[in-house]
Design a binder for this molecule. Structure first.
Ligand code: PLP
Length: 388
């Protein structure tokens, strides 16, 4: 029996044309026309200079280095995120300090940020930077967060790895901080199998990141190095996949949102299950369809639901385990943390692939309904009633 997975790659069709061009012309390295074109097309989409890299994690690493993060520094980061948001802080010899989320967005709580910065300012040690994350396809409350950062002169890197295609007050996710990061990992809304992008209004920073990503080889004919570099550039073959994927990004956003709202409609009569909130200030891509389970009302716990879905060959996952609960980050300070812990305890991510058929969505829905002790639905509307 086939297994329904959480979030799968979904090709649009034209990727192969660009990849074939790379093969036909032997541009099979980290230079070539697809990379140049992918960066240009991505820049046209988000409106900022961008550099294509081997992963979103690499982009965060380079972005934090551009912000001057180094040994002895602290970097603020929401605790409710994937480890890649803060691991690069450690790569640079600095330490993360974690901050709680709010229930309205599941993202960094601006009030906690303000309290934490005020306290740090009083102690005379401000963080070198903030990593602000746009979780599961929804932007954090960026106006509030960045206004607070500006008042303390703390720069922000926006980790929009999960939020390509989302908007905040009609502007694209990833364009708000001093630097923005995107991921094309295989589970993301569009993919290059693995890859990332770093963007900034500061074109010189983007150029510097491009230089570092190619081993920081100084100009000239010899192999001379005056700065430490990395092998972080995207390949021309994968950039070809990215070009095809970018052409279907809006369709993928629509498809992922439709799944989330179809689930929401199908669970409307069930007590104790609610879709991740959709903040009024922007477009949430619902990269993953995340729900909160209230065990007493729903009839079983989040973990029991995951196990029963697993037995029915459906992959589902808990919401990210907060960073302050990770062994790796034991000892790091966390401001608050109770909201993130609660979201982690009750949150579930359901299958969200844009290629998920109506039939498979109905199967997932009925297995969730079964977990709640409710009867099956017989059919689904092709279009959910509300996707706004
Ligand atoms: C919030 C967040 N940040 C960063 C990353 C890292 O991206 P990548 O897997 O491309 O390195 C991911 C996903 O993997 C992510 O979910």
């Amino acid at each position: 029996m086939k297994r329904i997975l959480l979030s799968l790659p979904h090709m649009g069709g034209r990727e192969q044309i660009y990849v074939s061009e790379a093969f036909a012309s032997n541009w099979m390295s980290t230079v070539g026309p697809n990379i140049t074109a992918f960066e240009r097309e991505f820049e046209n989409r988000i409106g900022l200079p961008s550099v294509a890299l081997s992963s979103g994690t690499a982009a965060i690493h380079l972005g934090l280095r551009l912000l001057g993060v180094g040994p002895g520094d602290e970097v603020f980061c929401p605790t409710l995120t994937f480890a890649a948001s803060c691991n690069p802080v450690r790569y640079l010899g600095a330490e993360p300090v974690f901050l709680d989320s709010d229930y309205v967005t599941w993202n960094l709580d601006p009030n906690i940020l303000e309290d934490a910065l005020r306290e740090r300012a009083q102690r005379g040690k401000l963080p070198r930077a903030l990593v602000v994350v746009d979780l599961y396809g929804q932007c954090a409350d960026l106006d509030s967060i960045l206004a607070i950062c500006r008042s303390y002169e703390v720069p922000a890197l926006e980790d929009a790895a999960e939020a390509l295609g989302a908007t905040y007050r009609k502007r694209p996710a990833g364009t708000f901080g001093e630097l923005g990061v995107f991921s094309f990992n295989g589970n993301k809304i569009i993919t290059t199998t693995g890859g990332g992008m770093l963007a900034s209004r500061n074109a010189a920073w983007v150029e510097k990141a491009r230089f570092w990503s190619q081993q920081a080889r100084d100009p000239g004919i010899a192999y001379e190095h005056s700065e430490l570099g990395y092998n972080y550039r995207m390949s021309n073959v994968l950039a070809g996949i990215g070009r095809g994927q970018l052409e279907v990004l809006d369709l993928r956003v629509q498809q992922r949102r439709a799944i989330a709202f179809r689930y929401r409609e199908a669970f409307a009569g069930l007590p104790g299950i609610s879709l991740m909130p959709q903040a009024p200030y922007g477009l949430h891509t619902n990269w993953l369809s995340c729900f909160l389970i209230d065990e007493d009302e729903f009839g079983c716990s989040r973990d029991e639901l995951i196990r029963s879905l697993d037995a029915a060959n459906i992959e589902s996952r808990p919401v990210w385990k907060p960073m302050h609960l990770q062994l790796l980050y034991a000892g790091c300070q966390c401001y608050g943390g109770e909201v993130a812990e609660d979201l982690f305890r009750r949150g579930i991510c359901l299958p969200s692939s844009s290629s998920l058929s109506l039939e498979d969505q109905l199967y997932v829905i009925n297995q969730v309904r079964f977990g709640a002790g409710a009867g099956p639905l017989m059919a689904l509307e092709a279009e959910p009633v509300a996707i706004g």
